[in-house]
Design a protein around this ligand. Sequence first.
Ligand code: SAH
Length: 350
Amino acid sequence: MKKNIKDYNLDELKQALIKLGEKPYRAEQIFKWIFVENVISFDEMTNLSLELRNKLNQNFDLHVFKILQKQESKDGTKKYLFDVLDENAIETVLMEYKHGRTICVSSQIGCRMGCRFCASTGIKFSRNLSSGEIIEQLLAIQRDENIKISNLVFMGIGEPLDNYNNVINAIKILNNQKGINMGARHISVSTSGLVPKIYDLADENMQCTLSVSLHSANNETRSKMMPINKTYDIQELIKACKYYIQKTNRRVSFEYALAKDNNDNLGDAKELVNLLKGMLCHVNLIPINKIENGNYIKSTNENIINFRDYLNQKGIVATIRRELGSDIDAACGQLRKKEVEKCKLMQKPI
Ligand code: SAH
């Protein structure tokens, strides 16, 4: 298979063109065609000679995703199912907020983390997505909707820090001012808590938002929800988050999915306050979304509000996340295998 040209950051593209006997400045022109003009063929790159376009065609591919399915929620959220060209499919979600459009991208095909409350756990891990495939999710939606997307979150299928190099390279490509020019502050990396990789991310000095899926301040409860907690417990995780804050001066965001009688009473809130006291952070409370065969059910509205109010009273900034796209199974933790398999059987683009 030809190399995906979207996997190359600008420096790598320059090197690749030099190897092909071309001048490095051509890389900037090509980079702009790919990431700004969002073309779907090398033949559209009209300021390049026919010879160079032929060379590109021979050596590279633009890896344009086919849309297998697109669903729209009543609230305007859109869920895409893309054919990633090797028999696999992935899901991506587009959300509209007052402050702009946010895309929720997948970073892997399947996930190895095994969180008990997450539908992606049912998907057998098959491989990492390349940086080009991560970015193509954004480009494909921008083409389909004729829009510009302002924010990106790594909260789709997969554990981004388990695909560290490709995710970092994708962020570098997204950041590049000669291309998509999306500032790191508009990008959130969400992790279930791969502690050593949080240190690595802090050392990149990238200014992206670190979002940590905490869900409990109690090791026993968290280990039941998230097996990763048996490898890196809450204390190690918080230490790594403090390092991230110290290195980047950025506020860390903690995700907390509230499940009835599991992690939603005032005792749980107290433990959370003790854990996060004095930290530069924000807590995002999410009413847990029930998944097929899942044991966790949503907390009552009253419990959710009490939980938030308690945190706020104790000086921890907490907000309840608006649920988007739940009617099309596009809400947190709902991206899953069933749709992917169904569509693979149909193999029918819309
Ligand atoms: N692996 C990464 C990113 C993918 S999950 C991570 O764990 O952070 C994105 C977010 O959705 C995480 O905060 C995850 O804990 C949350 N999530 C997963 N399943 C959920 C569910 N059923 N209800 C609410 N949130 C869920």
